[in-house]
Design a protein around this ligand. Structure first.
Ligand SMILES: [Zn+2]
Length: 428
């Protein structure tokens, strides 16, 4: 053994089912991968058969609002609309420093959870654009360890709010990466459709991606996704556009959906569901039976559409829980969509890893030779067990450097005459 590299991770399992794999890392990239590699690492790590995965990716988040729960009060009704009203109360009280501090705190949580790429919407409806400045600063500070992609998001409606369009253009000029929107919050269906057209044209002019909050509503007639697919096709934006939430699809007529799915597929529009949020926000006007409200994830996947699960919110006006754990997001998505088959559960894991990585356009992502050594070692043997256990992140690595470590989750029992430890990873 005369060839040495920076690090060799021994005896790992991979998300595609390969077992007993060694992974060699040099200069921040994966340089070799296979069984019993005849290489010596300056650092040798024993994976003990656990799952070595590409990092988690969150395709939908709000980092300007995160960790503000209770400011200035909590959301009493638990609805989307009270959340938006509450955020409007909080906005004038925000300071740039507080925004930066909260966002950096969240990024620490994210790294500890193996979440190394986040697409965050940033509200552009405050004329001071404080949140935009703050998150651009955060983006710069976290760049060595976390990919933060920003979406210019007109929370109060790009047409409904008088200064939103000008602010959105300013935010893009300042370096925000993606064009956002919220057609279902515009005053009328016609304005919603006009906002989609306007924003897609803006993205086409500037060569940018689009990610809209789209049809986050229980109204089965909220059909802005149709316009989003149409405009994507018309402007040649295929593969650069995502529709976030799409919850009205849950309530739509089945015949209409059978026409809609191929249109979304044809336009190459990705769908981003946010299961933790939408299982709590949707159906609030229902008595019983009560709608779940999440978009039609298995049907979107079966139609060949790219689907990701996003976290959306952590401790903010819309959601009081969360900790940056994308396995919790996948766990909820699996339940709400009833994706309980083995392939379906693995698809839920892909919805928080490889699928959002493609939506964000991440380069060098994935456990393969030549890609970045951005890796997470989980306290679980495979993706399904990782979701079941919301497994501890034994090790989080970016560009070959260890950023975070955590012990395996083992409890000690104090019951006479019984085994002293409980190992939750054992199956059967
Ligand atoms: Zn959102």
């Amino acid at each position: 053994m005369d060839v040495s590299v920076d690090t060799v991770i021994r005896n790992a399992s991979l998300a595609d089912g390969q077992r007993s794999v060694d992974v060699a890392i040099a200069a921040g990239r994966i340089t070799a991968l296979g069984p019993a590699l005849p290489l010596r690492g300056a650092q040798e790590i024993d994976a003990q058969g656990d799952l070595l995965s590409a990092p988690f990716v969150d395709a939908h988040f709000h980092m300007d609002a995160t960790l503000s729960y209770g400011l200035p009060r909590v959301n009493a009704s638990g609805t989307l609309l009270e959340g938006i009203a509450l955020w409007a109360e909080l906005k004038p009280q925000l300071t740039q420093q507080a925004l930066v501090d909260r966002a950096l705190q969240y990024c620490d949580w994210a790294v500890a959870r193996g979440l190394l790429a986040i697409r965050s919407h940033v509200d552009v409806c405050d004329d001071r654009l404080l949140a935009v400045e703050a998150l651009l600063e955060v983006q710069r500070q976290v760049a060595p360890y976390l990919d933060l992609q920003l979406v210019a998001f007109p929370q109060d409606g790009v047409l409904r709010s008088p200064t939103a369009l000008a602010n959105l253009r300013r935010a893009l000029d300042m370096g925000v990466d993606v064009v956002g929107g919220i057609p279902h919050f515009e005053r009328t269906m016609a304005d919603g459709a006009a906002s989609v057209r306007l924003l897609c044209e803006l993205a086409a002019e500037r060569g940018l991606m689009v990610d809209m909050h789209c049809d986050e509503s229980d109204d089965p007639l909220s059909r802005h996704i149709e316009t989003l697919a149409y405009e994507t096709q018309r402007l040649g934006l295929q593969g650069r556009v995502a529709g976030s939430h799409l919850t009205s699809m849950h309530s739509m007529d089945n015949y209409y959906v059978s026409k809609l799915l191929p249109l979304i597929r044809e336009a190459g529009v990705a769908a981003i569901a946010n299961p933790l949020i939408n299982i709590t926000l949707q159906g609030r006007h229902d008595s019983y039976p009560k709608r779940r409200g999440m978009t039609r994830v298995p049907e979107l996947l079966a139609a060949g559409i790219e689907v990701a699960f996003g976290h959306d919110c952590v401790q903010d006006p819309w959601y009081s829980l969360g900790s940056g754990d994308m396995l919790e997001v996948a766990h909820m998505g699996l339940h709400v969509a009833q994706m309980t088959g083995q392939d379906a559960m693995r698809a839920c894991y892909q919805a928080v890893t490889s699928n959002p990585a493609r939506i964000l356009g991440l380069q060098g992502y994935g456990v393969a030779v030549g890609n970045y050594a951005d890796l997470v070692l989980l306290d679980a043997p495979d993706p399904v067990a990782a979701i079941r256990l919301r497994a501890a992140r034994r090790l989080v690595m970016r560009r070959g450097k260890v950023l975070a470590e955590a012990p395996r989750a083992v409890s000690r029992l104090h019951i006479d005459g019984r085994p002293a430890q409980v190992d939750f990873r054992l199956q059967r």
